[in-house]
Write a new protein. Structure first.
Length: 249
């Protein structure tokens, strides 16, 4: 697939500069899904993004597994990236593990724990894992501080440790609380904090009728010094505790 054309601004993940770099960018891959046992699946994938004049080739290969054992659900993935960006050799990786468990009672209480690790580097870009065209809004907090990785993490990687507590106090109402403890996996050049911050999201999801649903979310974020360094500002300029809310119908 052609994802960026020569006469248009280059994709944000692709080096920009002289005319040789602002060239056609292509992306393609192959994906397979295997049922390895009852209730267990394994997905294998390979992707390639290429900008030939810029000598930028990023290959991504890895696996994703998902299943449930005695009521305990799990999902895990491991991906590697390799290739070249002009004279630089790309070598990056990421892994993630999610565990969830719920009780089959009226309120449907459930808990989920996760650990996600994306490699980073000192700013060279060689070791920073690129999530390509991922829906990062789904994974790293609803306040969207890290939609574009590695750009929003300053190329320092990203670690997300947290959990979710959900329940259904009524058959048409679901409540959910998410916790994300976010940090860099590689220290910035010259040292410094690797703490990006902590996000806590509260969500209520309900249905008014068969065709109308309502979702409310309120989030708070306490930024860390590491995030201030990535943004190029003083920690005091991030105004301390930040708030975000939305209501959709």
């Amino acid at each position: 697939a052609l994802v960026s054309e020569k006469d248009m601004d280059a994709d944000g993940h692709v080096p920009s500069g002289d005319d040789a770099r602002v060239a056609d960018v292509t992306f393609g891959g192959i994906h397979s899904n295997l049922k390895i046992a009852e209730g267990h699946t394994l997905s294998l994938a390979y992707y390639n993004r290429a900008n030939v004049p810029a000598r930028h080739y990023r290959h991504t290969v890895g696996a994703f597994a998902k299943g449930k054992v005695a009521g305990l659900g799990y999902s895990g993935e491991l991906f590697f990236q390799f290739g070249s960006n002009q004279d630089d050799v790309i070598s990056a990786w990421m892994n993630a593990l999610h565990l969830d468990y719920g009780l089959d009672v009226t309120a449907k209480p459930a808990i989920e724990l996760w650990f996600e690790y994306l490699s980073g580097d000192d700013g060279s870009g060689r070791g920073a894992f690129d999530t390509l065209f991922a829906t990062n809004h789904k994974f790293y907090g609803e306040m969207d501080y890290f939609l574009n990785v590695p750009v929003h993490s300053g190329g320092q990687g990203l670690m997300d440790v947290g959990g979710r507590r959900s329940a259904r106090p009524h058959e048409k109402i679901k409540t959910q609380v998410d916790l994300h403890i976010l940090g860099a996996t590689s220290a910035p050049t010259g040292g410094g904090s690797t703490t990006f911050g902590t996000e806590l999201d509260f969500k209520i999801i309900t249905s008014i009728s068969e065709k109308v649903g309502v979702r409310f979310m309120y989030g708070i974020f306490l930024p860390g010094e590491g995030l201030a360094n990535v943004r190029g500002v003083d920690l005091a300029d991030l105004t301390g505790l930040e708030h975000f809310a939305y209501l959709t119908v």
